[in-house]
Design a protein around this ligand. Structure first.
Ligand SMILES: Nc1ncnc2c1ncn2[C@@H]1O[C@H](COP(=O)(O)OP(=O)(O)O[C@H]2O[C@H](CO)[C@@H](O)[C@H](O)[C@H]2O)[C@@H](O)[C@H]1O
Length: 333
């Protein structure tokens, strides 16, 4: 079977598809009537696979009609839109992709990911190996469908079948393995560099990090500052935000704290076009959001002590109420 052996290509209208439904959306934006043409499609799941028995990434190769039609020129013959496959061979539509599938079953996404890995690559990967990387949106101008991106470590002992897709459904899929070196990923220097750049950060602090790879395979690591809430809670000495912000106070800080936090946070690109005053206002907003009260002057030691005692009592009471709720729910089962 040769997957790139493509012939007799015709292009026509798409009617009653199980996979895509074109829609026209009419809406009014700020008083102006607008139209947008969209496509309802299934969400998708894609899995980056790494076989740790042989240190290879596992991908799939297949013929993608959507890619092919976007790189060839069509012509009209006797009123029918066709492609001259002697000029435009099927190889133009071949892709190397992550193992992936459409989310068309009413099942949790990791189960669908597991089934795709088995069908396309022949590995029976345990669910606990399937780790979520992120979720993103595909084709924001036309479909906007969600793509769930996962990572799974696989081993040779999980290989239970040939993969290659469901033959009875006409799927033709090749499995492609690539070493990190073949992919020109410099993993060892990257890890060393990353560890050096993060060595000064206290373990447990969540830092937003942006990693990008350039076309020449060099990379950029951008470390952002810890989340605003982390700084605010550290300054207030509280472990938890308020369960009722606006009503219950979870901590007290001063404007001086706000100023110091704003000075650090203003180094983040998201605050780049704001003045320090605007960043301070944003910090105050975030503090109120988690129930932290911001006061002008220095804190009176006795006042703060009384607050901390009262807050500890409040938290203990909340915990007791939660526990009672949990028990009553269990009794109802
Ligand atoms: N548009 C279509 N027209 C005709 N038949 C179709 C079709 N889409 C799917 N099918 C049929 O459904 C079968 C199963 O598809 P899969 O769930 O394996 O998704 P696929 O890997 O094709 O990628 C899918 O899911 C990944 C992850 O979301 C997307 O990136 C990718 O565009 C999408 O095709 C295909 O073999 C084909 O028979």
């Amino acid at each position: 079977m040769i997957m790139e052996n493509i012939s007799d290509v015709t292009v026509g209208p798409c009617e009653n598809s199980k996979y895509i439904v074109p829609k026209r959306i009419h809406y009014t934006q700020n008083g102006a009537a607008k139209i947008w043409d969209v496509m309802r499609v299934h969400d998708g799941v894609a899995i980056l696979l790494f076989n740790s028995s042989r240190n290879v990434f596992v991908f799939v190769r297949q013929f993608r009609p959507a890619i092919y039609i976007n790189v060839v020129k069509t012509e009209i013959n006797n009123g029918i839109e066709t492609v001259d496959t002697s000029k435009y061979p099927g190889t133009l539509g071949l892709t190397i992709e992550l193992c992936a599938g459409i989310v068309d079953k009413d099942k949790p996404v990791p189960y669908i990911a597991k089934a795709e890995v088995l069908e396309e690559c022949g590995y029976d990967v345990p669910l606990e190996n399937i780790k979520k990387i992120t979720t993103c949106r595909n084709g924001v101008g036309t479909s906007g469908a969600t793509i769930h991106l996962y990572y799974a470590e696989i081993t040779d002992s999980m290989k239970v079948g040939p993969g290659g897709g469901i033959a009875t459904e006409g799927e033709m899929i090749d499995i492609i393995e690539m070493t990190p070196e073949e992919m020109q990923i410099q993993i060892a220097p990257f890890c060393k560099d990353f560890n050096e750049k993060t060595a000064h950060i206290k373990p447990g602090i969540k830092i937003q990090t942006e990693v990008s790879v350039n076309p020449d395979r060099s990379y950029n690591i951008k470390l952002l500052t810890p989340p605003t809430q982390y700084f605010l809670m550290q300054a207030a000495g509280c472990q938890k935000g308020s369960s009722k912000p606006g009503t219950k106070v979870s901590g007290i800080i001063t404007l001086k704290h706000i100023y110091e936090i704003a000075k650090v946070k203003s180094q983040d690109p998201s605050f780049a076009c704001m003045s320090l005053e605007q960043v301070c206002k944003s910090m105050i907003g975030s503090a109120h959001f988690i129930g932290i009260k911001v006061v002008k002057g220095p804190l009176e030691v006795e006042e703060l002590r009384q607050f901390l005692v009262q807050r500890a009592e409040e938290l203990a009471l909340e915990e007791k109420e939660l526990e009672e709720l949990r028990v009553s729910k269990m009794l109802r089962l």
